[in-house]
Design a protein around this ligand. Structure first.
Ligand code: 3H9
Length: 683
């Protein structure tokens, strides 16, 4: 059956697309839309048209899987020009998410009606693109440049209500009566001159006050740093005010094509599919029966335990949180409340929602209160003996069939599981700090973890808004295991003479939010310090003894001014040089190129080892971990995709070139070497 069909309702022709799952605008759909419009225009008895979709959503965009392949059938732009050009009113009937090309379809229609739950948006920027079917030219003409900017440049969808407020939607219709209401609306417009988005004049706001563009750049500069598409989006929206519609469309096309053929968009499209692939567990039936999770227990009310608890409370799942001492419990729950209240102050939660969430929390000093929990997560001190003690205790208390999870970031989950009589119910749920904010969740699959336990955890992750990736049991799992060689290289590099600020700057320039030495200063150098100023065994000991304990003392690796701006310190450089001399390491000048290669290539190698050992299901999972947990720049696609763009042969050659400098622990991955030799890629 055709993916696009037409239905007659008296004098109204309804064009219906049905292309699951998201009614993406593939070649067949575009052709169907053109055919439908031609049918309407060619038939005198048709007086108005409705464009609608069956299934869960209005068109959610162009078909991303077609990108990079030879174009087929009519382009979306051509189809939409046809749709807009006629004199019979065309009404878009929107439910679900009218995104990207879908929003452009709606814009090309003369009118738009939507159900209250619908969302509209131009998320192309999240794929490293801008809209490519005149969205950047029609939208500002309908809603004004000021309202169009965030939609094109940030790309978050807006609600139907907001869309009505800014003039993008003409009428909100009944949630369950969209089809009929859209037909009635279309009929009410018969005989009236049709408003064409391409002829709108709302874009004049940007001509009258061109400062809105710079203001927008300034306000969002940090968030958009390193990305190419946002600036292209700003230019396209600006062009909508300065150029004729036809020239504006040409400009949009130029910018779109530049982005489409660039690496950033390829990387971001890779990430789009990577995030969805990470959800899938290769050897488990996705329809397996899940364990109902109605109540969660959390051990530890510190930063981690509190943050973990908030995820469930926010999702409406009751949490019992247990601490050893009343004051620690009070402090922990107090912090959780404060965090919620701060969110409410920022308008992202109502006071009622704060009370609702906190109302689901049961603080306790007694493990016995975990008895009826369906999932218990421990977030206690990172020490194997303590963890095993905790799990043995849980095993005796928590009902059979419940999941027991460790938030360990490093330890052997199989060994932890061995402390229980039910290792198949044990797994790792590695949250990242702050756990109520960070998106990533590493789910560590133990040797004996049961399939339903793993799948339940995956689904639960989605429910609490996390991006979950499955990792196998190995020290540090995926994320911290790959961080380790980078940290080792950073330390080695400064001993060999690299400026520590160059090490930070290389990572900043690459797109990380922060380098390792800035990070140490921010966290505080005295974390885990023995506190004996006489005992100086490392650079860190020396700095702490000098009372350079990080940002909080105004100095760490860097000197800090009042505004916390950093300046490199000669004193620190000297301390490092003295240490190097003591260790017999000769210092030399080290280029930024070498720094970059020695920080990043060993990470790729570690990722390859992780794959080789089956600790990650697929290379793209590793990319998802590093982008969401460690600030790896999205526009490079993650470490493994980035390595593909560098060329695996270049990565191997780089690693071989640095040879012994990589340290005695360095072990080249066979998988990496083989792939490089065969001219293959990870993705
Ligand atoms: C664009 O429109 C360019 C234009 O300006 C014109 C150019 C000329 N294409 O996310 P889900 C798949 S750029 C192909 O799990 P949800 C997805 O991979 C596009 N496939 O569901 C998954 O497959 P699988 C602008 C797509 O309910 C399945 O559908 N639009 C597309 O959590 C279900 O997806 C966007 O960027 C697509 N466009 O969320 C919107 N979209 O089951 C992108 C989805 O095999 N899409 N798939 O893993 C989304 O944001 C979400 O999918 C959506 C649904 C919110 C719609």
């Amino acid at each position: 059956m055709s993916v696009v069909t037409t239905e007659r309702h008296g004098d109204v022709l309804v064009i219906v697309s049905d292309n699951p799952p998201v009614n993406a605008l593939g070649a067949a759909v575009r052709q169907g839309l053109v055919d439908g419009v031609e049918e309407a225009l060619g038939d005198d008895s048709v007086k108005a048209v409705v464009v609608r979709c069956d299934g869960r959503t209005f068109h959610a965009g162009a078909d991303i899987t077609e990108f990079g392949k030879p174009p087929q059938g009519p382009s979306l732009g051509e189809a939409l020009d046809k749709m807009e050009a006629g004199d019979k009113p065309v009404v878009a009937a929107i439910h679900g998410t009218a995104l990207g090309g879908g929003c452009e379809v709606a814009l090309a229609c003369h009118y738009r009606v939507a159900v209250p739950s619908a969302k509209l948006g131009l998320p192309e920027v999240k794929l490293g693109l801008i809209p490519g079917a005149a969205g950047t030219q029609r939208l500002p003409r309908v809603v004004g440049a000021k309202a169009a900017l965030p939609m094109v440049v940030i790309g978050d969808p807006i609600s139907a209500k907001k869309a009505k407020e800014i003039g993008l939607v003409d009428e909100i219709v009944g949630e369950d009566t969209l089809a009929e209401d859209a037909i009635a609306f279309a009929r009410s417009k018969i005989g009236q001159p049709v408003p064409r988005s391409s002829e709108g004049t709302a874009n004049e706001d940007g001509v009258k006050d061109p400062s809105i563009f710079d203001e927008f750049r300034q306000k969002n500069g940090r968030r958009l740093r390193g990305f190419d598409a946002p600036e292209a989006g700003i230019q396209a929206v600006k062009a909508a005010g300065e150029m004729s519609y036809a020239d504006g469309v040409k400009k949009e096309r130029e910018l779109f094509m530049q982005l489409m053929t660039g690496t950033q968009s390829a990387a971001m499209r890779h990430y789009f599919f990577a995030e969805r692939a990470a959800n899938k567990i290769d050897d488990i039936d996705p329809n397996i029966d899940l364990i109902p999770i109605r109540k969660v227990g959390v051990i530890g009310a510190g930063t981690m335990g509190g943050g973990i608890s908030m995820n469930f409370l926010s999702a409406g799942i009751p949490v019992t949180i247990v601490e050893m001492q009343q004051d620690a419990l009070d402090r922990g729950t107090g912090t959780m409340r404060k965090n919620y209240e701060r969110t409410a102050q920022r308008g992202r939660m109502t006071d009622e929602q704060v009370e609702q969430a906190m109302g689901l929390l049961t603080p306790s000093l007694d493990y016995a209160d975990f008895a009826d929990c369906d999932l218990v997560i421990e977030a206690v001190f990172e020490n194997m003996d303590i963890k095993k003690e905790v799990f043995a205790k849980l095993d005796g208390i928590v009902k059979q069939g419940a999941i027991l999870a460790s938030n360990t970031s490093y330890l052997n989950v199989d060994e932890i599981a061995s402390a229980t009589s039910r290792p198949e119910y044990v797994l790792g749920l590695h949250f990242f700090s702050p756990a109520n904010v960070m998106k990533l969740l590493e789910i560590v699959r133990g040797e004996k973890t049961a399939d339903d336990v793993l799948m339940t955890s995956m689904k639960l992750a989605k429910k609490i808004g996390k991006i979950a990736v499955v990792a196998g049991v190995c020290p540090g799992f995926i994320g911290n295991r790959m961080l380790s060689p980078r940290q080792q290289q950073a330390q080695k590099l400064i001993m060999e003479g690299a400026n520590y600020w160059d090490v930070d700057d290389v990572l900043l320039d690459f797109g990380f939010p922060m380098g390792p030495f800035q990070m140490s200063d921010l966290a505080g150098l005295d974390i885990g310090w023995h506190r004996d100023p006489e005992r100086i065994e490392s650079v860190r000991d020396a700095l702490c003894a000098m009372d350079r304990r990080g940002q909080k003392t105004g100095a760490g690796y860097y000197d800090y001014d009042e505004a916390r701006n950093r300046t490199p310190s000669d004193d620190v450089k000297k301390v490092i040089a003295e240490f190097a001399e003591k260790q017999g390491i000769e210092q030399r000048e080290i280029s930024k190129e070498e720094i970059k290669e020695r920080l990043l290539y060993p990470m790729v190698n570690e990722g390859a080892l992780i794959l080789e050992e089956g600790m990650s299901q697929r290379a793209s999972d590793i990319d998802v971990v590093w982008i969401n947990g460690y600030g790896w720049p999205l526009y490079t696609g993650g470490p493994m995709f980035w390595a593909d763009t560098v060329g695996l042969d270049n990565v191997v050659a780089g690693l071989e070139k640095h040879g012994d400098r990589l340290g005695e622990n360095f072990r080249m991955s066979k998988l990496l070497k083989d792939k490089a030799a065969a001219g293959e890629k990870f993705n």
